[in-house]
Design a protein around this ligand. Structure first.
Ligand code: SAM
Ligand code: SF4
Length: 322
């Protein structure tokens, strides 16, 4: 369906947990207070909402978190979502640490695509950023395995001050692998308000030194927040998600469901519809659908990151799902 500004809303992001095995400093409090299990939507509840959303024109769902793979039986939810009429794509955004062992089950469940968040290939920096005290996964190996099993695979990297010198190395993953490496401007949400960030322009300048023929890609993915670039030396593409310096609000096609059942029409605002209360008070499918419809219609014209108004979202990113 279209919202009040005529945008076609067809993409639902679902955060299935606030918990995570990492502590990326720009996302998660170092000492988080995890939500109780009873506060989190059950898979049946998520599926019921998704089915009503599909009737309103949602065709793509992305599972996120927290870390989606720390929640038990995540592939089961994917299989349930894939069975909904009208849902064409189920994707996942993950930190990738638990991905390799989960791949067979995820594929069997029907997962279509995976975005892996990797901010740097330098192990010491990766451990510092994520707070992980084990070994960093062998990322080229993980990516190759994802591609081999047929998942459309992308890399997401937040543009952090401390990884400035490492962006070219990260982008070089697209030299030999058919992956899109996407750089994301850090958003001022939760922990992300407190650290320095860079713009897409800065990384683009750096990458153009390594690949002087880097040019905007001719193809334009409808509704993608990323602007893509190609070089003859790259198999995959480089993407820039410039949410702050070049917002994509006018073509935004997404809504978000938090793990506690808040339906959010825009990431940046606290504004939401409490679907959990509706579900648990016995609402009919029709009532649920009409709540979804109202929330979608009221999607704000643009984000409020620059103004930081009183209506701005106060929750941390691990609770919203990115
Ligand atoms: N744990 C999974 C992961 O890291 O991919 C999924 C959840 S995470 C919240 C989803 C995405 O949000 C990740 O790509 C992460 O880098 C990004 N993210 C977290 N905080 C952010 C911020 N303040 N600004 C921009 N992106 C952020
Ligand atoms: Fe966890 Fe993802 Fe947040 Fe990092 S970005 S702390 S991996 S939820």
């Amino acid at each position: 369906m279209t919202d009040q500004f005529g945008r076609n809303i067809n993409y639902l992001r679902v955060s299935i947990t606030d918990r995570c095995n990492l502590r990326c400093f720009y996302c998660m409090p170092q000492q988080p207070e995890p939500l109780c299990h009873r506060d989190i939507l059950r898979y049946e509840e998520i599926t019921r909402i998704a089915a009503q959303a599909a009737l309103l024109g949602i065709t793509k769902i992305r599972i996120t978190g927290g870390e989606p793979l720390v929640r038990k039986d995540c592939p089961q939810l994917i299989a349930m979502l894939k069975q909904i009429k009208g849902i064409q794509t189920v994707a996942m955004t993950t930190n990738g640490t638990l991905l390799e062992q989960a791949l067979p089950e995820l594929c069997e469940a029907g997962l279509d695509a995976v975005n892996i968040s990797i901010d740097t290939l330098q192990e010491a920096d990766w451990c510092r950023i994520t707070g992980y005290d084990g070994n960093m996964p062998n990322w080229p190996d993980v990516l190759e395995k994802c591609i081999k099993v047929g998942l459309k695979t992308k890399v997401n990297a937040v543009l952090l001050q401390e990884t400035r010198e490492e962006w070219t190395q990260l982008a070089a993953l697209a030299e030999h692998l058919p992956v899109d490496v996407r750089f994301i401007e850090q958003m001022p949400i939760g922990q992300g308000k407190t650290s320095d960030c860079n713009t897409a322009q800065v990384v683009l300048q750096q990458l153009s030194k390594q690949w002087p023929d880097l040019q905007p890609a001719e193809e334009r993915e409808q509704n993608s927040p990323a602007r893509y670039y190609r070089s003859k030396k790259l198999t995959g593409r480089i993407g820039m998600i410039a949410s702050l310096s070049n917002p994509f609000c006018s073509t935004c096609n997404r809504i978000r469901l938090t793990s506690t059942g808040q339906l959010k029409p825009c990431l940046s605002y606290g504004q939401h519809t409490d679907l959990r209360t509706l579900l648990r008070s016995g609402a009919s499918d029709e009532t649920l659908r009409s709540a979804l419809r109202e929330c979608i219609y009221a999607k704000p014209r643009q984000h409020c990151f620059a103004e930081q108004t009183a209506q701005a979202e106060q929750q941390t990113m691990n609770r919203i799902g990115g």
